[in-house]
Design a protein around this ligand. Structure first.
Ligand code: EPU
Length: 292
């Protein structure tokens, strides 16, 4: 891909993507770019657009499965150092897309601002969390967003305010190539109370989810009014193993991987769970994770 020569300071070829994902499986990116600032990012996007080079943006990698064959084109990696600043002004918190969600929550709590603590324990970065409207049963990230600035595939930047954004269960209207920054409007509250709520949620999460294992969180979305985990468990698939991947004993909507796992092992388990739940319950499970 010689047409990317102008960007050689920020591009590596054939970069393995597994280390950038929580599942730790999958192949390489043909080109892997880590722009140092917004200007460089914009130039790269415009160039790739003009040259028709496919682009993908890598977030925190916690809801992503990369195929064993890897991906063509450019994977753009926004690093927390360059795109992850978090700052507070009054009751508004502004975060770069690459800020870990945990950092955003910590800064908000320290500023005595409540709301985002319901997201405690969700891995990944702000951009991906917004794109997929990450959340729990107690709330999701979308409900606190007041504006989001994005970069389109053509390299145009613009800001979308609250009334131009919509969020629903694990989905959002933000479909531009890159999320750059977001602003959250929060409520002042007693930090002791905020921390107490956060601790309670964290304990519940730890009790029900295999958090100490390699995984991408829940694999499927919950079908309306049902639990994907319960359906997979009732299909008798807990602890089903293919290669180095296993349907978690603790929570059947999680697939955990070990060092020997391949993306294909995970894909086969996904297919197995989908088929079993469709046959036994007539329910089509929809993926929550993204597959490249
Ligand atoms: N259940 C089973 N077997 C299982 C797993 C769950 O019977 O293997 C049952 C539980 O006993 C419970 C019900 O299913 O009665 C719901 O389970 P849980 O409370 O664990 O919540 P969930 O619906 O499976 C959702 C989110 C999680 C989020 C939790 C807590 C989805 C797909 N999952 O899980 O989000 O952490 O609620 O708020 O919406 C994620 O999206 O990656 C994720 C982990």
């Amino acid at each position: 891909m010689s047409s990317l020569a102008a960007f050689n300071e920020i591009i590596r070829q054939n970069e393995p993507l597994a280390p950038f994902t929580w599942m730790k499986v999958g192949g390489s990116a043909q080109s892997f770019a880590s722009p140092r600032n917004e200007e460089e990012l914009t130039q790269l996007v415009r160039h790739c657009h003009a040259e028709e080079i496919p682009m993908r943006v890598l977030g925190g990698g916690s809801n992503l499965l990369v195929n064993d064959d890897g991906v063509d084109g450019v994977v753009i990696h926004l690093t927390p150092d360059n795109f992850g600043a978090v700052e507070v002004t009054g009751t508004t918190v502004r975060a770069g897309a690459a800020a870990p969600l945990s950092r955003l929550i910590a800064v908000a709590v320290r500023a005595k601002l409540a709301g985002l603590e319901t997201l405690a324990g969700i891995p990944g970065a702000v951009g991906g969390a917004l794109h997929g409207n990450a959340g729990t049963r107690s709330g999701d990230i979308g409900q606190f967003v007041s504006s989001v600035s994005v970069l389109t595939e053509e390299g145009e930047k613009f800001t979308r305010k609250e009334d131009e954004l919509s969020f629903a269960y694990r989905t959002s209207s933000i479909n531009e190539l890159v999320i750059l920054t977001a602003e959250f409007e929060l409520q002042p509250d007693d930090p002791v109370e905020i921390t107490r709520r956060m601790r309670k949620l964290w304990i519940m999460k730890k009790a029900t989810q295999p958090l100490s294992f390699q995984s991408a969180g829940c694999i499927f979305k919950n079908p309306r009014g049902m639990s994907a985990g319960a359906l997979i468990e009732q299909s008798g698939l807990k602890r089903t193993r293919i290669g180095g991947a296993e349907i978690s004993e603790r929570h059947a909507n999680f697939i955990v991987t070990d060092d020997a796992a391949t993306a294909n092992d995970v894909l086969q388990l996904i297919e197995k769970a989908r088929t079993a739940v469709a046959e036994q319950f007539g329910v089509d499970l929809e993926l929550e994770i993204e597959i490249w």
